[in-house]
Design a protein around this ligand. Structure first.
Ligand code: ADP
Length: 516
């Protein structure tokens, strides 16, 4: 095995990180730096592609320096990235023609509404598995070609290239040698046909995007190209790439169909491995590619919750009920329940499975005895209730009764939240010892490609111990190494169904509020 470490480059929305992992999946070095956010108009969000690249090189060098590692110590690089964010650059001079348009940016919402009125929603869902929305890359590329002076002509001449952030980073790191993406990122563009596994000509025509702009789509785990020596002091294979949520699913080792992970970050992202067949959703989820390895595609169902950990920030920054997020556990532990109150944090509408932009937040069921601890507990529980709504949609779409949920993200450190999830969803919740699963996924994908781990079994045994190795074969029969924590349901059915019923009533109150 050449190289002591695998390098994960995690290109996030607000910061870039580099983590060096060893063969046991242990973090050996981390470096992280934030980069600028630009808000040129209300609802618009941009990044500077150069800054993204320069910050990434900076953190990679720093993480290596902390260990005294050189390029030959790095067996391979895996990249994971904020998904959908769109960069268009000129291949003749490597210059982006516009800032990166970030996934959060709503500038193309009206264009999407127009396409919806023209009846494209169903067709787009049938081809890409996605909801017609400004979130995905297609309408962002269209915007750049329509609005940046000279862009359309250059694109028609074949001079412009499109990429999501991993494509841009690979292009830059290799000195322009590879214009590639991976299946998981391709599936978030709203231009990729997840059934034919090709850029969809009808959609390229609809958005008026020349095919010559599109990157080649590759496996998530293979050597794409080598870094140009000037960046990290040598030629290192870039050997893995996946969008952040798919990477976390891989990092959680959700290799078996039916396995699910939830990331409790600012928002909540649930993904379920659905195996080798795309599973259309009729319950408000999107169908997406989890990863492609050795040309074999694994699909996923995905549901996003708009406000998860952000509800805790709201308690801290707007209500001043707490000083820091960790206080919530102590405060909530002072009471045994929420004393009948429910918080639906629909601050920006509701995401999956409701998709209601008109919903707004409600705190309901308040009585004279409700105190700060009850309210904090209700806020924590709101994360679990929302995740449960998505889990129920996944069960309804897939017909698979879920047994386990693997969790990660900042708020998964909270024991009350994780126990509540187990109780409400009647499911065993597993929290891994290391919750850096997004970076781990990219590291695993790259490590498998370069033989740092021989195969998935070697990976599982190396990182979780031999007793965990049977899990992939025997679906959902996790017998963990003991380094992860398990939370099992502790409430009876009557209590559970009463709480779920009240939550549903609260959600009803939140729906369509701004439409009245
Ligand atoms: P992101 O990647 O979206 O920035 P993180 O995974 O870093 O998010 O998680 C940060 C979120 O988790 C914040 O919204 C914060 O309020 C919440 N959070 C962090 N620690 C806790 C905790 N102990 N209990 C509840 N929420 C927490």
């Amino acid at each position: 095995m050449a190289g002591k470490y695998i390098m994960a480059l995690d290109a996030g929305t607000t910061s870039n990180r580099c983590i060096l992992f060893d063969h046991a999946g242990k973090i050996c070095s981390v470096s992280q730096r934030e980069f600028s956010q630009f808000y040129p108009k209300a609802g618009w969000v941009e990044h500077d592609p150069y800054e993204i690249f320069n910050v990434m090189i900076g953190v990679a060098r720093e993480a290596m320096m902390k260990l005294g590692a050189t390029a030959s110590d790095i067996a391979g690089i895996g990249i994971t990235n904020q998904r959908e964010t769109t960069i268009v650059w000129d291949r003749t001079n490597n210059q982006p023609v516009y800032n990166a348009i970030v996934w959060q940016c709503r500038r193309t919402s009206e264009y999407c509404s127009m396409l919806e009125k023209q009846g494209w929603e169903e067709k787009i869902r049938e081809k890409t598995g996605l909801k017609l929305d400004a979130y995905f890359s297609a309408t962002k590329i269209h915007w750049i070609l329509e609005n940046v002076e000279g862009a359309r002509e250059k694109a028609e001449k074949g001079d412009l290239l499109f990429g999501t952030v991993e494509t841009w980073l690979i292009w830059k790191l290799t000195g322009g040698k590879a214009h590639v993406t991976d299946y998981s990122n391709a599936s978030r563009t709203m231009l990729y046909n997840i059934y034919d596994l090709d850029w969809d000509q009808e959609l390229l025509d609809l958005f008026n995007i020349p095919r010559s702009m599109m990157p080649e789509v590759h496996n998530c785990s293979e050597v794409y190209a080598y870094t140009a020596p000037e960046y990290l002091g040598g030629q290192i294979p870039i050997a893995g790439a996946a969008g952040d949520q798919q990477s976390a699913l891989f990092g959680q080792q959700c290799f078996a169909p039916g396995s699910v992970k939830n990331t409790y970050g600012t928002g909540g992202f649930l993904l379920m491995n659905t195996g080798d067949k795309p599973m259309p959703s009729s319950h408000g989820l999107v169908t997406t590619i989890a990863w492609g390895v050795d040309g074999k595609i694994t699909y996923a169902l995905e549901g996003s919750v708009m406000i998860a950990g952000a509800v805790i920030q709201w308690l801290r920054d707007e209500l001043h009920l707490i000083d820091s997020a960790v206080d919530t556990e102590y405060l909530a532990s002072k009471v045994k329940d929420t004393n009948g109150c429910y918080l639906v944090p629909a601050f920006v509408g509701l995401g999956a499975p409701y998709w209601n932009p008109y919903a707004r937040g409600v705190f309901i069921g308040l009585s004279r005895g409700v105190n700060k601890s009850h309210m904090v507990r209700a806020a924590l529980e709101s994360m679990a209730f929302q995740a449960n709504d998505v889990l129920q949609a996944m069960t309804a779409d897939s017909g698979i009764a879920l047994k386990e949920l693997r969790v990660d993200g900042g708020a998964s450190a909270n024991n009350i939240l994780v126990q509540t999830q187990a109780d409400l969803s009647d499911i065993t919740v597993i929290r891994p010892a290391c919750v850096e699963t997004t970076a781990m996924g990219a590291a695993y994908l790259a490590g498998l490609a370069v033989g740092y781990w021989k195969d998935r079994e070697d990976l599982i045994v190396s990182t979780r111990g031999s007793s965990a190795a049977g899990e992939e074969k025997e679906e959902g029969n996790g017998d963990s190494s003991g380094t992860e924590e398990r939370f099992v349901p502790r409430i009876d059915e009557e209590v559970r169904s009463s709480r779920l019923k009240h939550w549903q009533k609260a959600v009803k109150c939140a729906q369509y509020w701004t439409e009245i």
